[in-house]
Design a binder for this molecule. Structure first.
Ligand code: ADP
Ligand code: MG
Length: 301
């Protein structure tokens, strides 16, 4: 197979591993710098060029699109879809996962367990918003934050109110969420490939941090998840329409609750913590599923 790997940085662990595994299986895999692709959208003849050459002949594309380039990155991916190239994750699914509110709406529609969450544009009803999620302490989240930046814990009503007002002043969209204290600064990351959880780890935040992001100094170890957690992770990925996803959950008193579904989960933390060849499982999935024209959206979304 000939595979395109859309990435801004081919040297990252995840990308090196995907290339190593694909090449070991005899596939051709080309790293393509997403932002350097240019597109011709003329009628009936979609074409993409890269470094002066036409991009063609690909059977599959692995999108590893960073949050900061979602807009252009999903446009490039959509163009591949229009040309019938099989995307590991589809452009629409990636766009959904990048917007926390939209993700929550989709997950809630499918009955996936979620922390009680409220959202508003204005700040005038901050008190009612706080009451809706059971009152402080609450978590306040920027809608498009990532790596734990833009997630804050407000212990008191006064603190929560001023944070909602401050974010409002900056015209930032925020979610107000029940604080799952019993999670104890730990969360569970499940790597879903197809309809299976292929690896799972528990992450613990650095001392004194309620956020367990590895980018914030958290640590990870392999864990055995419950059947309920397993089915929650798979249902969450399916609700988003993602073939490959990193589903983040908290163990709450009312069962597993999903916080986030990542469409380009990092492989380093999970492979090192579990010893599982996640890159291999991803390439297996592509080998089994990649067919020309086999996308749901074909760039229509
Ligand atoms: P990001 O996209 O920035 O990673 P998350 O929603 O995943 O944002 O939140 C970052 C971290 O903060 C989570 O991994 C988790 O440890 C902690 N966290 C987030 N939401 C809650 C919550 N409602 N209750 C308790 N901890 C939370
Ligand atoms: Mg997260």
């Amino acid at each position: 197979m000939k595979i395109a790997l859309l990435t801004r940085n081919p040297n990252l662990y995840s990308h090196q591993r995907l290339m190593e595994v694909a090449r070991a299986r005899g596939h051709v895999i080309d790293p393509i710098d997403t932002l350097k692709v240019y597109i011709n959208i003329a009628s009936h003849r979609p074409e993409m060029r890269y470094k002066g050459e036409v991009l063609e002949g690909y059977d599959a594309v692995i999108p590893r699109i960073g949050a900061s380039v979602t807009f252009f990155g999903t446009a490039v991916l959509r163009q591949f879809e229009m040309m019938g190239v099989y995307p590991l994750n589809e452009s629409v699914a990636i766009s959904r996962s990048r917007d926390k509110l939209r993700s929550f709406q989709l997950l809630s529609r499918k009955g996936v367990g979620l922390p009680v969450t409220a959202f508003s544009h204005g700040t005038s009803e901050a008190d009612d918003l706080l009451d809706m999620v059971g009152g402080p302490p609450v978590i306040i989240k920027l809608l498009e934050g990532t790596q734990g930046v833009g997630v804050v814990l407000a212990d008191t009503r006064d603190a929560a109110r001023s944070m909602i007002q401050a974010f409002g002043k900056l015209k930032a969209n925020v979610l107000v969420q029940e604080f799952i204290k019993e999670a104890g600064g730990k969360d569970i990351r499940c790597l879903v490939v197809g309809d299976k959880v292929v690896a799972s780890m528990m992450r613990k935040g650095a001392d004194g941090d309620f956020r367990s992001n590895l980018h914030r100094g958290g640590t990870a170890r392999q864990i055995k998840i419950t059947p309920e957690e397993r089915s929650t992770a798979v249902r969450a990925a399916r609700a988003m329409g993602l073939n490959v996803a990193g589903v983040d959950m908290l163990r709450s008193n009312h069962g597993p609750v999903v916080m986030e579904v990542n469409s380009s989960p990092g492989l380093e933390g999970v492979e090192k913590a579990t010893g599982i060849d996640v890159a291999g499982k991803i390439i297996d999935f592509i080998e089994k599923n990649a067919r020309h024209g086999r996308t749901k959206t074909k760039g229509r979304g």
